[in-house]
Design a binder for this molecule. Structure first.
Ligand code: G3P
Ligand code: MG
Length: 231
């Protein structure tokens, strides 16, 4: 059974560093975090990279779609505070070095769902060292493609609001965790998940009182931008 810390640093290092950067992983480790979440998408060259949006404008000084941008351009951009967009390979090295549990959120660009899921799963299966990561995605297509490539990896179902057939979906890919928006989790769902032995993880929780209330109701872990939330 997967061992989950209560706090998972959101987008690498929460608000301590630009989102989805190696600086965030250094910050998370320095703050004593034991788990991190980050978003992974494919570049035009098919390289898995850490970025949240399909387009570059919000988090970098670039323009256009990530999936249409070649590596040579992507890695020349500033992702905030002089940080570069990291590759999944670079993030993997730091997770191993710091002993961080990684929740790799597969974030496919529209139209690239299966390719992204398959690529991330192949990378993890062939190259990941250290603590086995947890792979999740809002895209069922991406998650199923990942599972077909690497059925032995750890998967988590990720929803905003959890659908009624979540246990069937869990069973289809052997998912070990259930992730959903903190504001959408219900006590009925928590009871079902507890009975099924499936930990529930909630995003994005930035108030300590809210986190404690969720734990009291049975939530296992929260994703937070405040990596000192439970200190
Ligand atoms: O994986 C949990 C959380 O990161 C999902 O939302 O939009 O921050 O990727 P988002
Ligand atoms: Mg995410």
């Amino acid at each position: 059974m997967i061992v989950l810390p209560r706090l998972i640093a959101h987008r690498c290092g929460g608000n301590r560093a630009p989102e989805n950067t190696l600086a965030g992983l250094h910050e998370a480790a320095r703050a004593g975090c034991r788990a991190v979440e980050f978003d992974v998408m494919l570049s035009a060259d098919g390289t898995p990279v850490l970025i949240h949006d399909e387009t570059l404008e919000r988090t970098t000084n670039g323009v256009g779609r990530v999936c249409e941008t070649p590596d040579a351009v992507l890695f020349s951009l500033d992702a905030g505070a002089g940080e570069r967009i990291p590759t999944l390979a670079e993030a993997a090295v730091l997770c191993q070095r710091y002993g961080l549990l990684a929740n790799i959120e597969i974030k496919p660009a529209t139209g690239h769902e299966a390719a992204t899921g398959a690529s991330v799963a192949r990378f993890v299966q062939e190259r990941w060292q250290g603590l086995p990561p947890l792979l999740s995605s809002f895209s069922a297509e991406a998650l199923q493609a990942a599972w077909r490539v690497a059925p032995a990896l750890q998967y988590g179902l990720l929803f905003e609001a959890v659908p009624a057939d979540w246990q069937r979906q869990c069973g289809a890919i052997g998912a070990v965790t259930l992730h959903c928006a903190a504001g959408r989790v219900t006590d009925a769902l928590l009871a079902e998940a507890a009975a099924a032995g499936v930990p529930v993880l909630c995003y994005t929780v930035n108030e300590a009182g809210a986190a404690q209330a969720l734990f009291a109701r049975g939530v296992s872990s929260v994703f937070s931008d405040r990596i000192d939330l439970l200190a």
